[in-house]
Write a protein that binds this ligand. Structure first.
Ligand code: 5GP
Length: 216
C-alpha cells in the first residue's frame, strides 16, 4: 500500500549451523522474499541443482563475470570462489521484493559497504560446538578433510558476529524461523524504507479538518 524500498537480508553462519534449512523455510513462509542464487566454482554436492542452489561455473567464467562487474560482491571460501550476480538482485529490489543472501562475512562486509542502509545482517550461531560438529558429520556427503576444514573455518567465521545487526542462536528450528520473520517484519516497517510515507501522510493530512482540503 505504501511504497517501500526492498531490503537485502544477509544470513551468515559457519557451515553446519542450519542456515540453508532456515533460508528454505523463510522463503516458503515469505512470498515477497527472493533468494539470491550465487555463482560458485565449487563442484555441486549430490542433490544440488544448478540454477537453484548455485550457478555452478568454471574458474574462467567466474573471472570474466568479476571483471565485467557482474558480481555485487565475491569471496574465496575454503579454496572455492563464490559471488553474487548483480542483475537479479537489482531487478528484485526494483520490483519491491526483498532479497535473501546466504553469504559469508566477507560478502556481508562488501554488501554493507555498497548498499549500506538497504542491508540487514543476521548471524546464525549453532547452539554449541558439539552440535555444530554433529551437524557437519551428519552431512555425510562431505569427505573427512572437508569436514575438518569446515570445523577449523567455523571459529574464524564465528569471530565476525559483532559485525551483524542481529544474532539468532539456532537451537529450535521453529523458534529461529520465528525470530527471522520478526526481524523481517520489523525491518520492513522502518521509516526510512517507506519511501511512499511522506505522500501518504500529506494526503491524509489534507483530508483532515484544517489540513488544507476543502470542506469542514
Ligand atoms: P557452501 O560451499 O557450504 O555452499 O558455502 C560455503 C560458504 O560460502 C558459506 O558460508 C556461504 O554462506 C558462502 N557463500 C555462498 N555464496 C556466497 C557468495 O555469493 N558470496 C560470498 N561472499 N559467500 C558465499
Amino acid at each position: 500500500m505504501i511504497a517501500r524500498r526492498g531490503l537485502m537480508l544477509v544470513l551468515s553462519s559457519p557451515s553446519g549451523a542450519g542456515k540453508s534449512t532456515l533460508s528454505r523455510l523463510l522463503l516458503e513462509a515469505e512470498p515477497l522474499l527472493a533468494m539470491s542464487v550465487s555463482v560458485t566454482t565449487r563442484p555441486p554436492r549430490p542433490g544440488e541443482v544448478d540454477g537453484k542452489d548455485y550457478h555452478f561455473v568454471d574458474a574462467d567464467t567466474f573471472s570474466r563475470m568479476r571483471e565485467e562487474g557482474a558480481l555485487l560482491e565475491w569471496a574465496e571460501v575454503f579454496g572455492n570462489r563464490y559471488g553474487t550476480p548483480r542483475a537479479p538482485v537489482m531487478a528484485a529490489l526494483e520490483a519491491g521484493r526483498d532479497v535473501l543472501f546466504d553469504i559469508d562475512w566477507q560478502g556481508a562486509q562488501q554488501l554493507s559497504q555498497r548498499a549500506g542502509e538497504d542491508v540487514v545482517r543476521v548471524f546464525i550461531l549453532p547452539p554449541s560446538a558439539e552440535a555444530l560438529e554433529a551437524r557437519l558429520r551428519g552431512r555425510a556427503q562431505d569427505p573427512e578433510e572437508v569436514v575438518q576444514a569446515r570445523m577449523a573455518g567455523a571459529a574464524a567465521e564465528i569471530s565476525h558476529w559483532p559485525e551483524y545487526d542481529y544474532v539468532v542462536v539456532n537451537d529450535v528450528l521453529e523458534e529461529s524461523l520465528a525470530g527471522l520473520r520478526a526481524i523481517l517484519a520489523a525491518e520492513r516497517l522502518k521509516r526510512a524504507r517507506l519511501v511512499g510515507l511522506p505522500t501518504f501522510v500529506r494526503e491524509m493530512q489534507a483530508a483532515l479538518p484544517g489540513g488544507g482540503a476543502t470542506g469542514e
